[in-house]
Each structure stands twice: as structure tokens, then as C-alpha cells.
Write a protein that binds this ligand. Structure first.
Ligand SMILES: [Zn+2]
Length: 409
């Protein structure tokens, strides 16, 4: 356990210094400080400190130490560090446990003309910088919320993990599941990934396939002696181009599927009829399909474009991850959805919600910031967005319940 005195140089002592006096957000009448201004400013400052600790995937040691030092300063929390994953939890006897999670890593900083420096810039109640949205704003909310965990009506686990932005095999969640699965036990999980303060329920599955279309090699001067595999691709691409994607409506959330060709290779020489095409395909499928259903559906679709017409045709699954159904049967997640005051939406990408769903734990994404800014050079999050999400989560864990969430722009 790292003691607070070991926080990285330049870091605010955890739970320590008072935030600077909050300026009214731009647009607010002068002299009328909204009640959330102090909270929003405090969250913005903390998120800024997190942004100022570089934490590209695989280099999360410093930010994990910073988070750990904050968590260790809270009362009545058990703090566990496993590699660069840090977890804090209450250890009372309340009947339900909610797990609130966020990843500590970011993608690498932008280079070239888009590079504007990755450090934190705070102006007019808005924080800009690498990871401001994805997802140091969310991590700041979770760290701050641990102040309230001891007074919550439910048991609370806050989990901050490493290596979300890279290959699945390196995920801090998988390391925790292998080494300390007991720490992941909970009745519901919330991933504070940016969702613009709306509950994003479930997630789509993803399937990557490599399809091989076979032919027969011949001299281009005598093409009738062979079968051009590349020409056969036209039928398959035609089917993909006109594919009518299904929309699955599940628990009021619309999951729009998509099927796309994402790469192709063929050709031997300028005077040879090619006998092989390799086509890469990505299918994003609604969570009411299993992996087997998804594979069967793509195979059937491709067959309508001529796939399977040659005994040499092959379909190989490169990678498949099932999605997760919305889980509003969970009272905790239902109360979260209600507390936001906005209807939940489907998550179109694949997220770690599926990791929890795969363990039988209902989970959703819910966090501050515009998700369309993720991994973009202009990432920014506002004090109001942070305060809104904080207030909703505060109500869900049973602190300050009944205070209506502030509606930020
Ligand atoms: Zn993220």
C-alpha cells in the first residue's frame, strides 16, 4: 500500500487541499454560484491531475500509485493493489454490493499536426487533455465518490484497472479474474466509460472472420482453363454492400447490427488468373445472438453471394466476443437508469460490460463526457458533466438520495 506521502511529485495530497474558489461556469449569471460548482470544480481539478500523469497502456504504475494513495486516505475501505490495478471496497454487512469501475490507461498521445500536447488545460470549467474523456473524468468521479462509500446504503467496490485500450489478453480485469476473483464479486457493475451521462445498456458482440474464396490458376491468355477467384469476390461483396442490417429491440434499447468487409488480398502476377482471395469481415451483432448464431448467420449471408461454391472455400473465425444483454432486472441498475432521468441507450461497441455479463454480473456503462470524443485530439469534459454523473451515482449508492440530478446542457 502506498502512503499518501508517496504521491507523485506535483500531485495534490489525496483528500487534502481545498479546491480553488470556483468560478461560475460560463453562461451563469455573475454572483450566482450554482450548488454543483464546488463539486464540479473539485472533480475537474482531480481529473486534471490524472490527465497530468501519463498512463499510456502498459505504463500505469504512477497513476495507479496516485489513485492508491487517495484510496488509502479514505476511512473504512480495504485497498488492494494487484500490479497496476487498484481496488477499494467497503467491508460491511449490507445486503447488496455495487462495483464501480474505470480504466487508468489511455491511448498514445496524438502525433503530427494534431499534436497539441497531452497535458491538462482547464479553462472556463472545461478540462482538455489526453484521456480527459476516456476516461480520467470518470476515474475522478469514482475516486471522489469513495469519500461517501462508508455512508452508503450498499457495499461499494471501486476498481481502477490497467490495459483496457490494448489487446484483451493484457486487460487488468482478466488478471484480477485470474488472481483474485473474490474481489470482483458484486450484484451489479457500472463502468464509468464516457456515455454523456446516459446509461448505455448491454453491448454488441463482435466477430472477425477470414473468408477464403478458391479458384483455379491459369494463364490470363487462356482464362477458360481456370476459375478467377477474384471475380467470385464480386458476388460476396455485392451481398455485403446491400446487406440489410437487423435492429434488435431489447429492453427498450435498439441494437443496430453491421456487417462489413474490412480487408482483402489476392493476385499472383500480372499474367495469372488468381486462384485465391482472402477477405476479412467484421460483424457487430446484437446481444440476443450467441457466437454460434452469429457465425451461422454470416455464413448463410455469404452463401447467398456464392461463398461455398468451390470445395476450396473456407471460413475461419479469427476472433469472437459475445455481447451483453441490457440488465435492468437488477434493482441497482434500474435505479441508476431512473436516476439519470433519460432513457437508456444500447451500446454499439464492445465493452467490458460483456466481461461482467460473462461472469453473471449485470453491468452497464455510465459516465461523464461525450463518447464521440474518445481517442480524438480534442478530448474535453466539463465540470457540469462530472458533477451530474457524480450526483447520480451518489443517489444510487444511497447517499443524498432524492436530490434530483442536475441537468447539464
Ligand atoms: Zn475507455
Amino acid at each position: 500500500m502506498v502512503q499518501p506521502s508517496e504521491a507523485p511529485p506535483g500531485a495534490t495530497p489525496p483528500g487534502g487541499s481545498e479546491p480553488p474558489s470556483a468560478e461560475p461556469p460560463s453562461g451563469a449569471p455573475a454572483g450566482s454560484t450554482p450548488p454543483s460548482a464546488d463539486l464540479g470544480q473539485r472533480l475537474l481539478e482531480l481529473a486534471g491531475e490524472l490527465v497530468n500523469i501519463p498512463s499510456v497502456s502498459g505504463s500505469e504504475a504512477d497513476i495507479a500509485s496516485f489513485a492508491e494513495s487517495i484510496l488509502c486516505s479514505r476511512n473504512n475501505l480495504e485497498v488492494v493493489r494487484l500490479g497496476d490495478n487498484v481496488l477499494a471496497r467497503t467491508k460491511g454487512a449490507r445486503t447488496a454490493r455495487i462495483l464501480l469501475a474505470g480504466h487508468l490507461d489511455t491511448v498514445p498521445p496524438p502525433s503530427g499536426p494534431a499534436a497539441t500536447g497531452s497535458g491538462a488545460r482547464i479553462e472556463g470549467g472545461v478540462l482538455e487533455g489526453l484521456g480527459a474523456v476516456d476516461m480520467k473524468g470518470g476515474v475522478a468521479v469514482l475516486l471522489e465518490l469513495t469519500k461517501e462509500a462508508a455512508a452508503a446504503e450498499v457495499e461499494v467496490t471501486v476498481l481502477l484497472y490497467a490495459c483496457e485500450e490494448v489487446g484483451r489478453a493484457r486487460s487488468g480485469l482478466l488478471a484480477l479474474a485470474r488472481e483474485r476473483p473474490d474481489l470482483l464479486a458484486c450484484d451489479a457493475a457500472v463502468l464509468a466509460e464516457p456515455t454523456a451521462g446516459v446509461v448505455e445498456a448491454g453491448c454488441q458482440g463482435t466477430l472477425r472472420l477470414q473468408v477464403t474464396l478458391a479458384g483455379k490458376r491459369a494463364h490470363t491468355a487462356r482464362p477458360w482453363m481456370g476459375t478467377n477467384a477474384l471475380h467470385r469476390l464480386a458476388g460476396v461483396l455485392g451481398v455485403l454492400d446491400t446487406y440489410a442490417a437487423r435492429t434488435a429491440s431489447l429492453d427498450g434499447c435498439e441494437f443496430v447490427e453491421s456487417l462489413q468487409a474490412v480487408g482483402a488480398r489476392s493476385g499472383i502476377a500480372g499474367n495469372v488468373v488468381p486462384d485465391l482471395v482472402e477477405l476479412d469481415i467484421n460483424y457487430r451483432f446484437a446481444p440476443d445472438r450467441t457466437a454460434e448464431d452469429a457465425i451461422a448467420h454470416v455464413r448463410e449471408t455469404l452463401e447467398s453471394g456464392g461463398f461455398g461454391g468451390d470445395p476450396g472455400d473456407r471460413l475461419v473465425v479469427v476472433d469472437v466476443a459475445e455481447g451483453a444483454l441490457p440488465s435492468f432486472g437488477s434493482p441497482l441498475l434500474a435505479s441508476l437508469a431512473t436516476a439519470t432521468g433519460r432513457p437508456p441507450k444500447a451500446k454499439v461497441g464492445w465493452t467490458d460490460v460483456a466481461f461482467f455479463a460473462g461472469r453473471g454480473t449485470p453491468a452497464v456503462n455510465f459516465g461523464p463526457g461525450d463518447p464521440s470524443l474518445c481517442h480524438s485530439p480534442g478530448e474535453h469534459v466539463s465540470a457540469g458533466e462530472l458533477a451530474d454523473v457524480y450526483t447520480v451515482l451518489q443517489g444510487v449508492i444511497g447517499v443524498n438520495r432524492g436530490t434530483p440530478p442536475l441537468r447539464h446542457g
